[in-house]
Design a protein around this ligand. Structure first.
Ligand SMILES: [Zn+2]
Ligand SMILES: [Zn+2]
Length: 269
């Protein structure tokens, strides 16, 4: 049986402080053999890295969430790059544009996003991209940054339009699906995933503690629930859960290529 990877979770959040060991062991029991816990604020990054250091099958990213972009972090790629020499730091982000909440001015979200692109290009580490209600600016910013040199990454918790999916796939990015895909309201997203996102470009994630999939909707989400999302995506793609796990786990290691494949096996043993 192929293990799943939760490609995006926030295990440093206070929601998990009381029972992190239980969360990680329940993930293992559900066949989720590896987790990527995501940085959102530089001042909290030592906690994120600390979670990754504690467990052999947890890795992390370093970045500043678009919501946090106005909390001046210097906007210098070097600040991010300095954290990437650690063996458990395998990606840049999450970064991107969130025009749904607009918690930070759009200009600063873009400035922060560009600095992350620069860090990704210079380290060769993939980006974790958050984009909401910002299709046009996400596409044009990524296109203009790619003109300066190649980098890769994933559009996490994808909820965008088919046009956004197709543009990001054309630029070489992967698409990660969260528990939102299990919601009844997600008809357009289901159709986009079924018709426009090839199996070899798909990842799965929880974005926990948020966005618990059905039947856990409204409760705290956790990495073990990756399986519910994977089952839903397998149905949409017309493949078995085993084939879906095989593809998404292989894709994870292709994209996040600093993570050793042995990291997945350690949990299974
Ligand atoms: Zn996000
Ligand atoms: Zn996130």
């Amino acid at each position: 049986v192929t293990l799943l990877v939760d490609s995006h979770c926030h295990l440093d959040f206070p929601d998990f402080a009381e029972d992190l060991d239980g969360v990680v062991s329940r993930a293992g029991a559900a066949g989720v053999g590896l987790m990527l816990t995501i940085g959102t604020k530089l001042h909290a990054f030592p906690t994120v890295r600390g979670v990754a250091e504690r467990f052999p099958n947890i890795y992390c990213s370093v970045g500043v969430h678009p919501h946090e972009a106005e909390n001046d972090w210097g906007y210098a790629a070097e600040t991010l790059i300095a954290e990437t020499h650690h063996p458990k730091v395998v990606a840049i982000g999450e970064t991107g544009l969130d025009y749904f909440y607009d918690h930070s001015p759009r200009e600063l979200q873009q400035k922060s996003f560009r600095a992350h692109c620069d860090a990704s290009r210079r380290t060769g580490l993939p980006m974790v991209i958050h984009t909401r209600d910002a299709d046009d600016d996400t596409i044009s910013l990524l296109e203009s940054e790619l003109a300066h040199g190649p980098f890769t990454g994933v559009i996490h918790c994808f909820t965008g339009t088919r046009r956004l999916a197709e543009a990001c796939l054309a630029m070489g990015f992967y698409i990660s699906i969260s528990g939102i895909i299990t919601f009844k309201s997600a008809a357009d997203l289901k159709q986009t995933v079924a018709e426009a996102v090839p199996l070899e470009k798909l990842l799965v994630e929880t974005d926990s503690p948020y966005l618990a999939p059905i039947p856990h909707r409204g409760k705290r989400n956790e990495p073990a629930f990756t399986r519910k999302t994977a089952e839903c995506v397998a149905g949409l793609k017309g493949v078995s859960i085993e084939a879906l796990a095989e593809a998404t786990t292989a894709n994870f290691f292709t994209l996040f290529n600093k993570v050793p494949r042995t990291a997945l096996l350690e949990q299974a043993a």
